[in-house]
Ligand binder design. Structure first.
Ligand code: FAD
Length: 473
């Protein structure tokens, strides 16, 4: 019901809060199954967003959404891998080494990429309202049933929308976990901060595979360089919060810290010498966090609204679209009554948390593989005992790399050390294998042998969840 003459927002079966990659993904897939979906996005698109380097797994997500051709024809930089100058090591990580054909992804200007996904959702029947902020989700007898909204720029234009299920895809803002339920927990590790800007007139990056992201470690953090299709180069610094504060005080401001970091990296100093910084220098804390629960009666959290991971391995958009696909299959089966709600929610929570924990572990071990000096920054990126508590580390180990089955029988603590050594090649295995794991290709639990608690996901002939027994019928 709308108040003060505001245009009504229709009640729906599924309300999606937020039109980033996570929200557009879940909305598109549900709408395609004939479910009435309304999506409320507080900004008017195109809107700026950080997160430009897409991992290889995003390619599959674009195919599932049916939007791959639109993304491909937009002209984004084709990304064929990554380049890491990491401590004393230098790695070219081409996607072509992975199984499958036409392995690539894109470096995207997020305002344009997110707009393509949101327009695609609209074209698939999702009722999208931009400039509408969700202020609160209302619960009745413990179940989410409605949400309050306000239309931005229209004074007092507000109302309430009712739904069967709400999906919180509101990103770091976190309408449910951060603002209402206070269930967001920050990790002790990865308490970092990023500063970045855009450059024009720089020579071609030319490091690693075509269109690669280049990452350069430094004593107190690391730098990224991402070639974008409008000819600009995105350059960013990730550093610890203590290191940033010390540099900020010493050098006299954010831009000074940023430029000093670039000057200290010989490759980036050379690249930027003929170029010009053409944007303000932006900054964001990128502390990693995770919500206690990813789902509850009548609600789901996806993408950054559920959890966030340090950007070292460019995993954010992958996790957003991955959890969007999982949530769509889960909600679809739940609403059609194919499986009981509790089982559906358990499946979603287990599958998404497992994917997140796997990458959390991988990022931490990747940091640990840095073999420079005994830098405080790198030591601070190792998962602490506290961080590891509650993680299903054995599952994560088993899923990261084939051949880690030998770790099953050791204790969690021992397994962590053993995996780290294995990935660093210190177990007598092939050297520097950690480099290979950067190009992770996350698998949806899409077949009976990948089932979680006897349930797996299907995309064909219909999106949904199935019990393993049914597959044998
Ligand atoms: P978002 O993209 O944040 O979308 C959420 C949407 O919800 C927004 O459009 C917002 O306006 C809307 N919203 C918020 N509150 C409300 C509300 N109350 N009502 C209605 N709408 C609302 N990821 C990568 O894959 N590659 C990278 O290279 C990368 N680099 C990064 C670098 C840094 C420094 C940081 C901090 C992150 C980086 N990420 C990267 C992560 C990536 O930005 C996010 O993981 C990704 O955008 C998450 O998508 P999402 O859809 O969950 O959230």
């Amino acid at each position: 019901m709308a108040q003060n003459g505001a245009a009504e927002i229709e009640n729906c079966q599924v309300l999606v809060i937020g039109g980033g990659p996570a929200g557009s993904t879940v909305a598109t897939l549900l709408s395609r199954r004939g479910i009435r979906v309304t999506l409320l996005e507080r900004e008017h698109f195109p809107r700026y967003h950080i997160g430009e380097s897409l991992s290889i797994s995003c390619f599959r997500a674009m195919e599932v959404l049916g939007v791959r051709d639109k993304v491909e024809s937009h002209g984004f930089t084709r990304k064929e891998g990554s380049y890491y100058a990491w401590g004393e090591e230098e790695w070219d990580l081409p996607f072509s080494h992975l199984p499958g054909e036409d392995n690539h992804s894109w470096q995207v200007i997020r305002s344009e990429f997110d707009q393509i996904l949101l327009d695609h959702a609209r074209s698939e029947g999702v009722r999208v309202h931009e400039g509408v902020n969700v202020s609160q989700v209302h619960f009745e007898n413990g179940r989410a049933v409605a949400a309050s909204w306000t239309r931005r720029g229209e004074e007092n234009a507000s109302g309430r929308v009712h739904f069967d299920v709400v999906v919180d895809a509101s990103g770091r803002n976190g309408v449910l976990a951060s603002r209402q339920l206070s269930s967001r927990k920050f990790h002790d590790v990865f308490r970092n901060l990023a500063v970045w800007g855009y450059w024009e007139g720089t020579p071609e990056l030319n490091l690693g595979p075509t269109g690669a992201i280049a990452v350069f470690s430094r004593e107190n953090g690391w730098l990224w360089a991402i070639p974008l299709h409008d000819g600009t180069l995105s350059i960013g610094l990730v550093t610890g919060k203590d290191e940033y504060k010390a540099d900020y005080d010493r050098l006299g401001g954010r831009q000074a810290v940023y430029l000093d970091a670039i000057a200290s990296c010989s490759q980036l100093a050379d690249l930027t010498k003929p170029g010009k910084l053409v944007s303000e220098v932006k900054s964001e804390t990128d502390y990693s966090y995770v919500a206690d629960e990813f789902s509850g009666p009548g609600y789901f959290l996806i993408g950054d609204a559920a959890c966030f991971l340090d950007p070292l391995l460019s995993t954010g958009v992958h996790l957003a679209t991955f959890s969007g696909m999982l949530a769509a299959a889960t909600i679809s089966s739940m609403l059609s009554g194919e499986l009981p709600e509790q089982e559906c929610r358990d499946f979603f929570q287990t599958a998404y948390r497992q994917a997140y924990e796997r990458l959390l572990l991988l990022v931490s071990v990747f940091y640990e593989s840095y073999r420079g000096s005994e830098s405080h920054f790198y030591q601070a990126q190792a998962l602490t005992r506290e961080d590891r508590k509650g993680l299903r580390l054995h599952d994560a180990f088993l899923n990261i790399v084939a051949g880690t089955e030998d770790l099953v029988d050791v204790t969690t603590e021992g397994a962590y050390q053993a995996l780290a050594a294995k990935l660093r090649g210190e177990d007598g295995g092939s050297p520097a294998p950690i480099a290979n794991h950067n190009t992770f290709k996350e698998k949806l639990p899409e077949s009976p042998d990948l089932a979680l608690a006897g349930i797996y996901l299907t995309l064909q002939p219909e999106l949904g969840l199935r019990r393993v027994e049914r597959a044998r019928d």
